[in-house]
Design a protein around this ligand. Sequence first.
Ligand SMILES: Nc1nc2c(c(=O)[nH]1)N[C@H]1C(S)=C(S)[C@@H](COP(=O)(O)O)O[C@H]1N2
Ligand SMILES: [Mo]
Length: 188
Amino acid sequence: MGVENRRIPPNQRVTSKFPVLHEGPIPKFDPKTWDFMVEGLVENPVRLTYEEFLKLPKTVSISNFHCVTGWSKLDNKWKGVVFKTISDLVKPLKEAKYVTVIAEGDYTTSLLLEDLLEDDVLLAYRLDDKPLEPKHGGPLRLVVPKKYAYKSAKWVRKLRFTREQELGYWETRGYSNTADPWKEERYA
Ligand SMILES: Nc1nc2c(c(=O)[nH]1)N[C@H]1C(S)=C(S)[C@@H](COP(=O)(O)O)O[C@H]1N2
Ligand SMILES: [Mo]
């Protein structure tokens, strides 16, 4: 197996283009009214304006992106806020085990809090040294490199910390809830 193949999960093909894949229309972004909220089982729920969000400590993280339909895009240079920073800010209660990620429109997904605390999980607003394009989730998207890309919600506006897992958009339509590309967990 070549060096490159070790970065590509089973039955994925590398693409140099960055396909655009989503349900529904690309939402309009108004920096004056946009906000980011965290609710649910946390000690300190927050509401941040766009300006406030940009002031949070930022990181750059280069990672790979694997869509369940079979394409992988390697070496994406994301810039944004590490999920851990948000978690430290809101202080999850002991009972909080999952996080529902709520995007503009009807799209949701959910993950184990533990998986979101990995250091490559970002709420990203830049990609490859440019502002994140609206079609790729700008102004703000989640990036979870170790899961199939349907867990990487675009246009994120809200997080809800929960005790039980709330199944997301694709997860209620037959796709795997654990979504590990290395184990090829495509379908439930
Ligand atoms: N809000 C939202 N986020 C979403 C989706 C969507 O339909 N709506 N599709 C997911 C899927 S299936 C994939 S493969 C990636 C695609 O991201 P891209 O369009 O930036 O390549 O976004 C994910 N995030
Ligand atoms: Mo996807």
